[in-house]
Design a protein around this ligand. Structure first.
Ligand code: UDP
Ligand code: MG
Length: 314
């Protein structure tokens, strides 16, 4: 199979028939063998019934239905596990991404040798104030931290070599940082293609303003996890050691001062005394956190599991 299309969806019943028909048209006209994996992320509308009907008409359509809404990352993750195509393309269900981009994205993976090609919505059809401006900051911060030169990390339209999606795990809300996850998994050839972006035709956006708060918290944790998840003691131990050294240095100074001038301040009346105390306690705490993280890192199973209610054609 040449291509797996993974479409995470949450309450997108109106868009699905049009989207699937369009994908089929594009793939057929380019003689690409494909599967469409529709991941229903616990929709409360009739999305799953629509998927069942679509599958009757086109056996290339497959489905996964979550028991409840786990979020876009979980949906992508399950889609990635199921994908069989040599190239995997993810796409939003709301038809803001155009299936016409599929052949060129696939060509860039197959012929140009990219591991990932990320879409860039250069001209966006979203609300300027709530999306476009915050998204500029978000992308700049992610570029800075990850050193990956992409303009649009959060674009739903992306293409991957199969090996990439089988080597990464998308959890929490990490779908915004898949190129970063891939880079840390060792995939270096990350490219970009300007893609057409369209206004949402049906339904409403599923993400509100919280996306920016969550996005930045995720950036902090992804940086930490990427660097230290396999060796947390190197992080906690460093800061713990520094805190304790500082604490001991202040203690030493206080004792010295007391020996030189025994009739001066009482030891416990000096601010330095409390600083030393705090430093030593914090240092110990950091060390303990480091040890506990090491134990967890050694024993944690490397899997996320979601409750899947039904699978179709997989
Ligand atoms: N989505 C999902 N689970 C969620 C939220 C969103 O599968 O909990 C899907 C949604 O149906 C759509 C895609 O993720 O296919 C992108 O969502 P949306 O279009 O609402 O985001 P926006 O384009 O506004 O950034
Ligand atoms: Mg959208």
């Amino acid at each position: 199979m040449d291509l797996s299309l993974i479409v995470p969806l949450y309450n997108e019943e109106e868009s699905l028939p049009e989207l699937c028909a369009w994908i089929k048209r594009v793939c057929d006209s380019h003689a690409i063998s494909y599967e469409i994996i529709l991941v229903d992320d616990g929709s409360s509308d009739n999305s799953w019934e629509v998927i069942l009907q679509l599958q009757q008409l086109n056996s290339s359509i497959k489905g996964i239905k979550f028991q409840r809404n786990y979020g876009k990352s979980a949906a992508l993750n399950e889609g990635f596990k199921a994908a069989q195509g040599d190239v995997v393309i993810t796409m939003d269900a709301d038809m803001q991404d155009s299936p016409d981009e599929i052949p060129e994205l696939r060509r860039m993976i197959v012929e140009d040798g990219f591991d990932i090609v990320s879409g860039w919505k250069k001209k966006r059809f979203d609300n300027t104030l709530t999306k476009n401006i915050p998204s500029k900051f978000f992308n700049a911060a992610t570029r800075k931290v990850s050193k990956i030169q992409l303009h649009d990390f959060n674009c739903g339209l992306k293409a991957y070599r199969k090996k990439v999606v089988k080597s990464i795990e998308v959890y929490g809300e990490m779908h915004r940082y898949i190129p970063v996850l891939a880079k840390w998994a060792g995939f270096r050839k990350i490219g970009e293609k300007v893609v057409e972006h369209r206004a949402r035709k049906y339904g409403v956006t599923k993400f509100g303003w919280e996306r920016f708060v969550n996005g930045f918290l995720d950036l902090a944790s992804i940086t930490f996890v990427g660097k230290f998840s396999k060796r947390p003691m190197h992080f906690f131990g460093l800061w713990g050691t520094l805190a304790m050294l500082l604490g001991f240095a202040i203690t030493f100074y206080l004792i010295l001062a007391k020996i030189i001038d025994p009739s001066g301040f009482s030891l416990t009346n000096r601010p330095g005394f409390f600083m030393a105390l705090a430093c030593i306690i914090i240092g110990m705490q950091l060390f303990l956190a480091g040890f506990i993280s090491e134990l967890i890192a050694r024993n944690a199973p490397n899997k996320n599991s979601y409750l899947i209610e039904e699978k179709l054609g997989l």
